[in-house]
Design a protein around this ligand. Structure first.
Ligand code: NAD
Length: 428
């Protein structure tokens, strides 16, 4: 089938490359010319394991990129909207980019003869596909539903494992307003051995939010339990390892630490809170999930101050800037509030991340960035570990170059800290 993918960020680029791998012809559309050029040259605009290989294989053959909506819509049967859905200043979902992309699709659709399906893959709050995207497309295309189809197909991939997750999904959800467009979208996934859950668009939208909110809830629950365990001298990891053996609970997402970040969990939980309030419901549990999460970075700094007192003029090494391992994405990374607090307290920050230094430089230009943990640790009065990178597990001799070997671990990564290190866990 011929597909166009609107927005070539994490979701768009990965979806485009994987759809090409499944045998479809794919045209990517983005307003950012630099991403178009990179994709056409077979270079991923973001880092994702396995993405480079797929782009190299398909760019210039089954995969191309353009900023011209008209040619993309004319030369495809299905368009996936994969643009960002950030939070607005109140934490509610900002649908401005989705509306702009829908308007552009509608303008092009007006000039096209024949059936076309528009699929919302961006994470959007329930009712958006029906009450926001559909009317914008109808207005701009001067066509009515039936002359084109509309569907919602949420994306569940994890950054860092996005290509693997797309090719081996544990669920595929397609919500459509009519059977024809749902059948077309479901058929795109025929190459994957996974049953497609068919539903209506608002249910598909809700499934995505419930999925992310439940995982975020598990993390904040584990962090709250961890904070209590630490005060009581109980190993929260031992507790959760036993608790997770209950088949009704499961072992995943019970690791206490510095909290969740990334482009999805914080914004999606906040967006669901916003949607609930809009319909007159006060979501107490979801609000607490965010509150616990926002407290964890401050705990890292509090533990540090408890150990070394005032941070004025102290050299603090921050290891890990990405919101999680195996990605260069720093969006909502827990290292951001930590670095901000350190700077506000007058500390001198040295930072190292295997992949995310360049992205963090755009946020904090005034701190020192290093190309290895050992270099960042040289002369430090303390070190904070903020990301669960594999290479941090084996840090040992690297701590020898610190002025004061105090390590505060926000990720339970330094499982066997050396004898000469003063080791403090955030929740253990
Ligand atoms: P992103 O910000 O990385 O990428 C969005 C892209 O859209 C950018 O390249 C931007 O230039 C482009 N764009 C903006 N306006 C445009 C327009 N009018 N026309 C064409 N392109 C335009 O976003 P992302 O992380 O890929 O997320 C996209 C959506 O998918 C969001 O709703 C997000 O919540 C959801 N999602 C993300 C993940 C994830 O892990 N990143 C996982 C599942 C779902």
């Amino acid at each position: 089938m011929k597909i166009s993918v609107i927005g070539t960020g994490y979701v768009g680029t990965v979806s485009a490359a994987c759809f090409a791998e499944l045998g479809h012809d794919v045209i990517c559309v983005d307003i950012d010319k630099s991403k178009i050029d990179l994709i056409n040259a077979g270079i991923p605009p973001i880092y994702e394991e396995g993405l480079q290989e797929l782009l190299k294989k398909h760019a210039g053959k089954r995969l191309s990129a353009t900023s011209d909506y008209d040619s993309a819509i004319m030369n495809s049967d299905v368009s996936f909207i994969c643009v960002g859905t950030p939070s607005d200043s109140e934490g509610n979902i900002d649908l401005g980019i989705v509306k702009a992309a829908s308007a552009s699709i509608g303008d092009s659709l007006r000039k096209k003869k024949g059936y076309h399906v528009i699929v919302v893959k961006s994470t959007v709050v329930p009712e958006t596909t029906e009450k926001v995207v559909l009317p914008v497309i109808e207005k701009h295309s001067e066509k009515h539903l039936g002359e084109f189809g509309i569907a919602m197909n949420p994306e569940f991939l994890r950054e860092g494992k996005a290509v693997h997750d797309f090719m081996h999904p544990d669920k595929i959800v397609v919500g459509s307003m009519d059977k024809k467009s749902g059948d077309i979208v479901a058929a795109l996934y025929n190459g994957l051995k996974r049953e497609v859950t068919r539903t209506n668009p608002r249910t598909a939208e809700m499934i995505k939010y419930v999925n992310n909110s439940f995982l975020a809830t598990k993390i904040s629950f584990a962090n709250e339990v961890g904070n209590i365990c630490k005060e009581l001298g109980i190993d929260t990891y031992e507790v959760m390892s036993a608790v997770g053996k209950d088949f009704r609970i499961g072992p995943h997402f019970l690791n206490a630490g510095a909290g969740f970040g990334g482009s999805c969990f914080p914004k999606d939980v906040k967006a669901l809170i916003g949607k609930a309030k809009e319909i007159g419901y006060e979501p107490q549990l979801l609000k607490s999930v965010i509150a616990v999460n926002e407290g964890q970075p401050a705990r890292m700094v509090m533990l540090l101050k408890n150990k070394i007192g005032s941070l004025e003029g102290k050299n603090i090494a921050v290891l890990g800037l990405a919101f999680k391992n195996d990605t260069d994405d720093i969006r909502e990374s827990r290292s951001i509030p930590v670095i901000k607090d350190l700077l506000d307290e007058g500390a001198v920050v040295s930072a190292y991340d295997p992949m995310a230094n360049e992205n963090m430089k755009k946020l904090f230009g005034g701190i020192r960035y290093y190309s290895s943990a050992a270099d960042a640790l040289r002369g430090a009065d303390a070190c904070l570990i903020m990301t669960e990178w594999d290479e941090f597990k084996s840090l040992d001799k690297e701590f020898d170059v610190m002025e004061n070997r105090l390590v505060i671990d926000g990720r339970h990564i330094l499982v066997k800290p050396g004898k000469d290190i003063e080791y403090v866990g955030i929740c253990w």
